[in-house]
Design a protein around this ligand. Structure first.
Ligand SMILES: [Fe+2]
Ligand SMILES: [Fe+2]
Length: 320
């Protein structure tokens, strides 16, 4: 294989160090600017003395080849299952690292295949349940997970941040049932998957043409159609995805539903979505500060549920 940068994908150093059985992929380090050399091969047990030597030299990024990346992803998926079953066996930093790697893999796979299957649903549930556990330990863990994702593409960070903020908002709003909170987290995670089906990337556009706007308005239904194919998914999650751009004033899309007609959890995700998008730097504008974002949402008050907007204000600006 060509020793070309594009053929190697970085993997999590912290997660690699947890591997306690023979490797199922070769591991590389980067030498110089563009060349890579194999340091561990398939079938080897990790040599922790050598790892320590690399750490001492400041080498803390390891790579797999593009061909073997799916094997690394299987390892990450298994860690997601273990995190769900026995969260206490991981240090907080390892749990955050699993959430980063698993959400990255899951969203990337959905974007590449334009479908959600049972496996990606299981991974998404592990991400959401893992996030809920970290959030209930300490809400500030949201920032820690998002920091790890800071170099990832916008849509990926957006899926995870909307999921986590929706969970935070649902808990602050008094929703107690674990199943409802999980559905809200999953609705947040999947809310924009329909965007992958559009003929353009809205992130590249400052202004949409009228045709592009019309196409953009289809993304909730396109997302719903993708989720309709998955047997194990609850209908509440699909309703959230379908309704996350509906507005209480009836000016939302796709169905122009009015206040009480909109599914309550979809109203939670709608506010988390708008808030997360405002506080993120976009390709065409800077990020709004938290107080500017809250002010902006309040200016557009008819678009959002008043009570949930108040809950958000108290959550993110507790000193007001
Ligand atoms: Fe959306
Ligand atoms: Fe969104």
């Amino acid at each position: 294989m060509e020793n070309n940068e594009d053929n190697y994908i970085d993997i999590s150093f912290a997660l690699l160090k947890r591997l306690n059985r023979p490797l199922i992929f070769d591991v590389y380090v980067k030498r110089g600017t563009k060349s890579f050399s194999k340091i561990f091969k398939k079938g080897d047990l990790l040599d922790f003395d050598r790892i320590r030597l690399y750490e001492e030299k400041g080498v803390d990024v390891f790579y797999v080849t593009e061909e073997e990346h799916s094997l690394y992803c299987i390892y990450v998926e298994k860690l997601g299952d273990v995190l769900n079953a026995k969260a206490e066996t991981f240090k907080p930093s390892e749990a955050h690292e699993i959430l980063k790697e698993l959400s990255t893999h899951t969203i990337t796979e959905i974007q590449n295949t334009l479908e959600v299957n049972d496996n990606s649903l299981n991974n998404a549930k592990n991400v959401v349940d893992g996030c809920i556990k970290r959030i209930t330990k300490d809400p500030k863990n949201v920032v820690k997970v998002l920091k790890l994702l800071s170099n990832q593409p916008y849509q990926l960070k957006h899926a995870v941040s909307v999921s986590m903020f929706s969970v935070l908002l649902a808990i602050a709003d008094g929703i107690e049932s674990d199943l409802n909170i999980q559905s809200i987290g999953l609705g947040g995670f999947f809310h924009d998957i329909g965007i992958g089906q559009l003929t353009f990337d809205p992130e590249d556009m400052k202004v949409l043409t009228p045709e592009q706007r019309k196409e953009m308005w289809r993304h909730p239904e396109l997302g719903k159609e993708m989720l309709d194919q998955v047997k194990g998914i609850k209908s509440d999650v699909i309703q959230i995805v379908l309704q996350h751009h509906e507005q209480p004033n009836g000016h939302g899309y796709p169905n122009g539903l009015r206040g009480p007609e909109i599914y309550y959890p979809a109203k939670i995700v709608a506010i988390a979505d708008a808030f997360c998008s405002l506080i993120s730097k976009r390709s065409y504008r800077d990020a709004f500060s938290i107080s500017e974002a809250v002010l902006k949402l309040k200016e557009d008050a008819g678009k959002y549920d008043k009570k949930i907007l108040e809950t958000l204000t108290k959550l993110v600006l507790p000193n007001l």
